[in-house]
Design a protein around this ligand. Sequence first.
Ligand code: ADP
Ligand code: MG
Length: 451
Amino acid sequence: MATSWAGISNELRREVGESNHKNWIEPLECIEIKGGVARFRAPSRFVGDWVKRNYHDQILTLIRNDGADVTRLDFVVKASPARPAKTESAPSEPVVATGPAGDDVLQGVVLDQKLTFDNFVVGKPNELAHAAARRVATGGPVTFNPLFLYGGVGLGKTHLMQAIAWELTEKRPDLQVLYLSAEKFMYRFVQALRDREIMDFKNIFRSVDVLMVDDVQFIAGKESTQEEFFHTFNALVDQNKQIVMSADRAPGEIKDLEARISSRMQCGLVVDLHPTNYELRLGILQRKAAHFAQSYGAVKISDGVFEFLAHRISNNVRVLEGALQRLFAFSSLIGQEVTMDMVQDCLSDILRSSERRVTVEEIQRKVAEHFNLRLSDMLGPKRTRTIARPRQIAMYLSKELTSRSLPEIGRRFGGRDHTTILHGVRKVEEMRSSDSQLNEDIELLRRLLES
Ligand code: ADP
Ligand code: MG
């Protein structure tokens, strides 16, 4: 059988063209011909369905011409790799493919097993995005289209998108879910243009039920890709198919993105992932520690280490995760508890580079905003209490949160003397012990500035 399938496959190459052949036929493996059914193994359900829909009759005819008595083709999907525990019985493999196996770039993204809802820690900064992602992941009626997730690097955009893809492949195996980066979208598009297969390209992207495109800021400024994306987008929205996108900033702020596209992107629900806060970072550390313990074995961690890391390491969860992993690896290697000393040693590079760089200017701006003042008043000479008090708070925070000296801070406060700054700082320190409102204001501001 193998030989004759090879022959048939070759014939097909002539009929469907080199590139289609490479994309759809080559990845198929003919397993058996029995009881009038020719059974093939496909790298993903998507490929199987696509071949069935588009090449069923051609393949059938060729097999029959070859002398086999076949009335029907059947496609099975390659066995799934191990999945997170609760998804044992996942019916199809979790690869969401734009194309076949064997061609890396055409291949849709293989979803990362870690990036599930189960592994996503929810906190104030991401709860809205999480809730929206959950909603889309039910695969129910489309309520907001598109869902647009945005936020800075390492805040969990890709994690949420892949979590949606996992959940959908599991709960709604009837839906064609396509997840890919905008970069891959472009690559695929350029390739289709080159190979004159733009119709195939359009068909593929318009036949999915859920399209997820990660990092769409990438297509900004790439004119024809933008254009094609826009058409795909509209076609899917018209068919009431769900679209999910992510970007590093809000649609309206993506430079060189055509206005009509960015306004379409804002038609659905736009939610942002806020910078992580201390509590969320702490929660993530605890969750990841449990996770790393599975691969490195249990590791003892001194009190205060998590708190220190959550406090000192910036927003980017990827960096936080890397730091923790390093500690686990090191500690299990030398068989010692993770102590604060080890943290300082092992992570000195990370700690140095993530030293928060709050500036005096930022502090002034935030404090002025908080108390509804003009920045010029904050820096100017007025001494009324409603201005002088916030000014002193800003001085205090500058002393606390930056490494500037008092004279340096003084210069940034409209050329004040360092003794004035010192007086302000002392005054606030004094009042903090008795004035709970002031305390709250300061804590709030500190959190805002530190996040
Ligand atoms: P982005 O796509 O926004 O740049 P990612 O989704 O790739 O960020 O996240 C970076 C890393 O941080 C990933 O390993 C991801 O699993 C992890 N991560 C981010 N946010 C969370 C979270 N809330 N809970 C658990 N892990 C998270
Ligand atoms: Mg990402």
